[in-house]
Design a protein. Structure first.
Length: 371
């Protein structure tokens, strides 16, 4: 009886040792598989630039775009030059007379455009596993990501078009001024100029009525009249003064955000033109109101974007459309709709065997494929 008990205890011990060996082997296999899977899965690790440690990792930085609003203010700068005979303007019956030199500004038009630049709040570091064949990352010259493994055919970057302004050259000098002559007093000079204006006007009437001894062609008549008209303007300027107009373009760049959707960029006045003084006569304000076109999307939180690492995933952004209003004081100058990239929502797309093309102006995925 005791023999059977001893044999049974020995058998149970042997079975337990065998089972433990199998369990250890199974656990070891699971651990190795987990390590292998972890190594295979961690092909890319994406972190926000704020928490990246590039000195200890292998990888690159990439940025998503933000939208910059560009305002081109078309201004007429008018230099007022007093005529030398302004005190004698009564001789020709003139009323609109410049007294004293000065400068005036008129805002003729405002043109709005947008372009993309790298968003410092949407810049990320991609750590790549050297043991795996990584997909190529395509960035433009601004550091904005255009694709992973591919580039979209329709994702051309916006280029700022230069504003063309026609520059007119008006002479600020007075062509027919008699100058300081000891032979004539200012009163006599002014009267001589007034007499010349009368004579020019008489010649213009003769041309219009055909009171000429010599017959001229129609084109010759037109040219003669234009020459007399220009001469009259020059003599008139001796009394009323000159307004020399120079077109000027002043450009303002505006960067809005979800937190700051409105910005006063400066002010404009008749006598000082555009100024960055936000407390001037009439302020220039740019306001963006989100139209909630991404309202149905459940985006990543800002904390998840800035503080967490993400394996085999890529940050992209679904842009938002906004209503844009540009105002000068109470006057609305521009009302339009524009896509504002930084108003959009951060999302994650799978990486690995996936190929992605992004719009460099918005950060949105425009094409996706698999190897």
């Amino acid at each position: 009886m005791n023999i059977f008990i001893i044999f049974e205890a020995y058998l149970e011990k042997s079975i337990l040792e065998v089972n433990m060996k199998h369990v250890k082997r199974i656990l070891m296999a699971i651990v190795l598989m987990a390590i292998g899977m972890s190594g295979a899965q961690a092909q890319y690790v994406i972190t926000h630039a704020k928490i990246a440690m590039p000195g200890q990792q292998k990888g690159i930085y990439y940025a998503l775009p933000r939208t910059i609003i560009q305002l081109d203010l078309m201004v007429d700068k008018t230099e007022l030059v007093e005529g030398p005979y302004s005190d004698y303007a009564y001789l020709i019956g003139a009323t609109d007379i410049i007294h004293g030199d000065g400068v005036e500004y008129i805002l003729k038009d405002v043109a709005m455009s947008t372009y993309a630049e790298a968003d410092p709040n949407a810049t990320f570091f991609v750590s790549m596993n050297a043991k795996n064949d990584a997909q190529p990352f395509y960035l433009n010259s601004k550091g904005i990501l255009e694709g992973v493994g591919m580039i979209g055919e329709t994702t051309k970057e916006q280029v700022k078009a230069p504003v063309q302004v026609k520059v007119t050259s008006n002479n600020k000098t007075f062509k027919y001024q008699y100058g300081s002559s000891g032979m004539r007093s200012p009163d006599q000079q002014a009267r001589a100029a007034a007499d010349m204006i009368s004579r020019i006007r008489e010649e213009k009437i003769k041309l219009l009525t055909g009171f000429q001894e010599t017959a001229f062609t129609l084109d010759t008549y037109r040219q003669m009249y234009a020459d007399l008209d220009a001469m009259e303007e020059e003599y008139l300027s001796l009394f009323v003064g000159k307004r020399v107009v120079t077109p000027v373009v002043q450009t303002v760049y505006v960067t809005l955000s979800k937190e700051v959707p409105s910005q006063t960029v400066g002010s404009f006045s008749r006598y000082s033109g555009f100024s960055t003084d936000v407390y001037g006569e009439k302020t220039i304000t740019v306001q963006a109101i989100s139209l909630q076109t991404t309202g149905s999307i459940n985006p990543l939180s800002q904390s998840a974007v800035e503080t967490l690492s993400h394996e085999n995933k890529l940050f992209y952004r679904i842009p938002e459309t906004a209503y844009i209003k540009v105002s000068l004081g109470d006057e609305v100058l521009i009302e339009t709709r524009e896509i504002i990239a930084q108003f959009g929502s951060f999302m994650l797309a799978p990486l690995g065997r996936t190929k992605l093309a992004l719009d460099p102006n918005t950060g949105q995925i425009v094409s996706m494929g698999m190897e």
